[in-house]
Design a protein around this ligand. Structure first.
Ligand code: SF4
Length: 329
């Protein structure tokens, strides 16, 4: 039976600041979940640490609130132990691209079939607005005593270099677009990133809702604001790599993705930058080596016998590993 929005509601008090972009992300995510063919009993949300990561408390499904920067190891571990789960990892840009950036890169290399959503607001909101890795060089948001001295990490470029096979960006106040990006990411076979641009009205006083909405630049002809985010697909852009494509065409696509990811400022592309289902998933690679992996994944295996001992014959295992002496307690 399809999920309803009311099924996903919780009674947990929501303490996000009024006007926070997190509300738009929560709404878009929940709308996507109600439109996807998901069994609620197999859905697990994992989150890191930050304002964004409280979302697991506000969503009535299995949720695991993990450690700072460590959402991907937890989420990947669960998916590998039980490939039948629908796993969505969620966190902020500081969490995933600061302390967690090593996990981000290696998750891309693995290409496990799961989704990672980043709430990208350029600051560490939970700890009073320090510059996060996505804040651009020279920007001085209101908690910074001086302009940001570092260049920014570009999640799109980093994900492409790391090997993610689905890379999308959306905007938290465009919930219709956000919902579609999450749906496409979940449906994608492989590791999917959705980077969500999100105003933090409390600490990022530069990339505000008004800034994204273009209220500082009025079209002289229409006398209306010119919003910065625009949808890639409406320009004819297509970031998909298909099996029949020549190497030359794939190269051209890669160049196109890099060009688009560098657009920022007056025009900010949102949409699917890249999708490649020709790369085998990690689950498929494991199955090549352990043929019964999907039929008998670790979650289906017996961890201990009724007497508490391991069901594994450790002496036999040791011989197989060429270890001559093994002390079994
Ligand atoms: Fe949202 Fe910023 Fe408030 Fe955190 S500090 S809840 S990101 S507005």
């Amino acid at each position: 039976m399809a999920l309803k929005l009311s099924d996903l509601r919780t009674e947990v008090h929501n303490d996000w600041c009024p006007g926070c972009g997190d509300f738009g992300i929560e709404a878009g995510l929940k709308m996507a979940l109600t439109e996807l063919p998901i069994d609620i009993n197999k859905l697990v949300l994992f989150s890191g640490i930050g304002c964004s990561s409280k979302i697991v408390h506000f969503t009535n499904t299995t949720g695991v609130h993990t450690l700072h920067g460590r959402v991907l190891p937890f989420a990947q571990g669960a998916k590998l132990a039980n490939p039948d789960l629908e796993v969505i990892a969620i966190g902020g840009d500081g969490d995933g691209l600061g302390i967690g950036v090593g996990h981000f890169v290696h998750a891309g290399r693995r290409n496990i079939d799961m989704t990672y959503i980043i709430h990208d607001n350029g600051v560490y909101g939970l700890t009073k607005g320090q510059a996060s890795p996505t804040l651009h060089l020279g920007m001085q948001t209101k908690s910074l005593p001086m302009p940001n001295i570092n260049t920014n990490v570009d999640p799109i470029m980093l994900a492409l270099a790391a090997g993610f096979t689905f890379i999308a960006r959306t905007y938290s106040y465009n919930t219709k677009h956000l919902k579609e990006m999450v749906k496409r990411a979940v449906a994608h076979k492989g590791f999917a990133l959705v980077d969500i641009l999100q105003p933090c009205p409390t600490y990022n006083d530069i990339n505000t809702k008004e800034w994204y909405g273009g209220e500082d630049r009025i079209d002289p002809a229409t006398k209306k604001p010119m919003p910065r985010p625009y949808e890639l697909e409406t320009t004819g852009y297509d970031g998909r790599i298909t099996p029949m494509m020549s190497e030359e065409d794939v190269e051209k696509k890669m160049v196109q993705i890099i060009e688009k990811s560098r657009e920022w400022g007056d025009k900010i592309p949102i949409g699917v930058f890249y999708q490649n289902e020709t790369v085998p998933t990690y689950e498929e690679r494991i199955k090549e080596r352990i043929t019964n992996y999907l039929d008998e994944p670790p979650s289906e295996q017996q961890l201990a016998m009724t007497n508490g001992k391991s069901p594994v014959d450790l002496v036999k295992l040791a011989k197989g590993l060429l270890i001559e002496k093994l002390v079994v307690a």
